[in-house]
Design a protein around this ligand. Sequence first.
Ligand SMILES: *[C@@H]1O[C@H](CO)[C@@H](O)[C@H](O)[C@H]1NC(C)=O
Ligand SMILES: *[C@@H]1O[C@H](CO)[C@@H](O)[C@H](O)[C@H]1NC(C)=O
Ligand SMILES: *[C@@H]1O[C@H](CO)[C@@H](O)[C@H](O)[C@H]1NC(C)=O
Ligand SMILES: *[C@@H]1O[C@H](CO)[C@@H](O)[C@H](O)[C@H]1NC(C)=O
Ligand SMILES: *[C@@H]1O[C@H](CO)[C@@H](O)[C@H](O)[C@H]1NC(C)=O
Ligand SMILES: *[C@@H]1O[C@H](CO)[C@@H](O)[C@H](O)[C@H]1NC(C)=O
Ligand SMILES: *[C@@H]1O[C@H](CO)[C@@H](O)[C@H](O)[C@H]1NC(C)=O
Ligand SMILES: *[C@@H]1O[C@H](CO)[C@@H](O)[C@H](O)[C@H]1NC(C)=O
Ligand SMILES: *[C@@H]1O[C@H](CO)[C@@H](O)[C@H](O)[C@H]1NC(C)=O
Ligand SMILES: *[C@@H]1O[C@H](CO)[C@@H](O)[C@H](O)[C@H]1NC(C)=O
Ligand SMILES: *[C@@H]1O[C@H](CO)[C@@H](O)[C@H](O)[C@H]1NC(C)=O
Ligand SMILES: [Cu+2]
Length: 381
Amino acid sequence: MGVAFISSPAFPSVFLFSLITVCLIPELTLAAGITRHYKFDIKLQNVTRLCHTKSIIAVNGQFPGPRIVAREGDHLLIKVVNHVQKNISIHWHGIRQLQTGWADGPAYVTQCPIQTGHSYVYNFTIVGQRGTLFWHAHISWLRSTVYGPLIILPKHGVPYPFTKPYNEVPIIFGEWWNADPEAVITQALQTGGGPNVSDAYTINGLPGPLYNCSAKDTFKLKVKPRKTYLLRFINAALNDELFFSIANHTLTVVEADAVYVKPFETNTLLIAPGQTTNVLLKTKPNFPNATFFMTARPYVTGLGTFDNSTVAGILEYEFSSKTKSLSSNISIKKLPLFKPVLPPLNDTSFATNFSNKLRSLARLSSLLMSHKKLTSAFSSQ
Ligand SMILES: *[C@@H]1O[C@H](CO)[C@@H](O)[C@H](O)[C@H]1NC(C)=O
Ligand SMILES: *[C@@H]1O[C@H](CO)[C@@H](O)[C@H](O)[C@H]1NC(C)=O
Ligand SMILES: *[C@@H]1O[C@H](CO)[C@@H](O)[C@H](O)[C@H]1NC(C)=O
Ligand SMILES: *[C@@H]1O[C@H](CO)[C@@H](O)[C@H](O)[C@H]1NC(C)=O
Ligand SMILES: *[C@@H]1O[C@H](CO)[C@@H](O)[C@H](O)[C@H]1NC(C)=O
Ligand SMILES: *[C@@H]1O[C@H](CO)[C@@H](O)[C@H](O)[C@H]1NC(C)=O
Ligand SMILES: *[C@@H]1O[C@H](CO)[C@@H](O)[C@H](O)[C@H]1NC(C)=O
Ligand SMILES: *[C@@H]1O[C@H](CO)[C@@H](O)[C@H](O)[C@H]1NC(C)=O
Ligand SMILES: *[C@@H]1O[C@H](CO)[C@@H](O)[C@H](O)[C@H]1NC(C)=O
Ligand SMILES: *[C@@H]1O[C@H](CO)[C@@H](O)[C@H](O)[C@H]1NC(C)=O
Ligand SMILES: *[C@@H]1O[C@H](CO)[C@@H](O)[C@H](O)[C@H]1NC(C)=O
Ligand SMILES: [Cu+2]
C-alpha cells in the first residue's frame, strides 16, 4: 500500500497519510490490554517415558509446561522462581519485546540467569502479534524439558480472519533423551563431537506407540465429525525440522510465527525448531469407523547422525452415546488403521516448496491486512 501512496499526487497523499495517522493512533492507545499474572515454579519432577524414569526440570510440575494465554495488547507479569540447582532463564520465543529487551530471556545475552533460590519477574507487553508462540528455558539444554505454549488471542471483539474453530488444541513437538540432556551437551562440548541424538520425538510430551514401551504414552486428539479445529503447532525440538501429517486429512495453514498467512491447504507440514504455526483441521462429515495416525519425523540433509525415528499420535472420532460400547473396543491394540505417508527424510524439494509458499503467503497476508486497516480507518471518517 506504500506504493499506492507514492504513485498518487502529492497533496492528496499527504492529506490521506495525516488522516490515517490521526485515526490509527487513538485506536492503538485506547485498546490497552489487561495485565495477566503467572507464576512459574521451576522444580524437579519425576517423569517416565520409554520405561526410563528420570528426574527432569519442569515448570509447576507439568511436562510440557503450563499454557500462557493472553490477548494482543495485554501486559504479562510472569514471576519465575528457581528451586533447582541450575541457573536458568526463560525465553519468550517470538515476542517482539518492543522497548523491553531485558525481558527477552536468553541467559548472558539480555540478563544474568536466575540463580538457585532466586526469582525474576518478566514484564512485557504483547504488541501487534496474535497467534501461537511458545516459551522455553534459554541456557544450555534445559529447553529440552522446560517449554510450553504462549497463546495470543486477538483483541476483544476482533474475530479470527478464518472460520471460528469449534475447539483449539496446542500440539507441541519435543525430544526425549533417556540420558540427562545436560550430560549429553556437556559431553559433546568436551569431546568436540556431535551430541548424542534423542531417543524419541514427542507430541505434547508423549512419544507414542511406534517406540518400545511407549504405547500408553500416546497423544490422542479426540474430535467430533463436521467441525473445524484450530491446531496450534509448536516445534520445541532442540534442533530438528519436522514433517507432520495426519492420515486421510488435509490441513489448512492460517498463521505462522504469530503472523496470519493467506490460507493454503497441504497434507504435510514442515516446521523448523523454534517455529510455530496455526492450522485448521476440518473433520470428516460422518463419523468414520476408524482412527487415524498423525506422525512426525525430521527433514535432514546433513551428514551427522540424527534421530531418524517417528513420533505418532492418534486422531480419534468421538462416538455418540449410541455407539459408546463400540468405542471401548477401539484400542491401541487394533492400530494401525490409517497411516500418513511423510516425505523422505531428505526431501529438499518439498521443504523448499513449503517454506517458499509459507513466506510468500505470509507477506501477502500482512499486505492485505494493513491495506484493510487503512481502508477501514479511512472510511470511518
Ligand atoms: C523422584 O523419585 C525419587 C526416587 O524414587 C524420589 O526419591 C524423589 O523424591 C522423587 N522426586 C519427586 C520430585 O517426586
Ligand atoms: C550461575 O550464574 C552466576 C551469575 O551469572 C554465575 O556466577 C555462576 O557461575 C553460574 N553458575 C553456573 C553453575 O553456571
Ligand atoms: C512493568 O513495566 C511497566 C512499564 O514498563 C511498569 O509501569 C510496571 O511498574 C512494571 N511492573 C512491575 C511489577 O515491575
Ligand atoms: C553417548 O553415546 C555413547 C555411545 O552410545 C555412550 O557411550 C555415552 O555414554 C553417551 N553419552 C551420554 C552423556 O549419555
Ligand atoms: C524394540 O524392542 C525390540 C525387541 O526388544 C527390538 O528388536 C527393537 O529394535 C526395539 N525397537 C526400538 C525402536 O528401539
Ligand atoms: C484413508 O486413505 C486410504 C489411502 O488413501 C484409503 O484407502 C482409505 O479408504 C481412507 N480411509 C478413510 C476412512 O478415509
Ligand atoms: C465398524 O467397525 C466394527 C469393528 O471393526 C465393525 O464390526 C462394524 O461393522 C463397522 N461399522 C461400519 C459402519 O463400518
Ligand atoms: C535410522 O538411523 C539408524 C542409525 O543411524 C539406521 O540404522 C537406520 O537405518 C535409520 N533408519 C532410517 C529409516 O533411515
Ligand atoms: C467389545 O469387545 C468385547 C470383548 O472384547 C465383546 O464381548 C463385545 O461384544 C464388543 N462390543 C462391540 C460393540 O463390538
Ligand atoms: C535421499 O536419500 C535417498 C536414500 O534414502 C537417496 O537415494 C537419495 O539420493 C537422497 N536424495 C538426495 C537429494 O540426497
Ligand atoms: C511445489 O508447489 C507447487 C505449487 O504449489 C506444486 O505444483 C508442486 O507439486 C510442488 N512440488 C513438490 C515437490 O511438492
Ligand atoms: Cu527461544
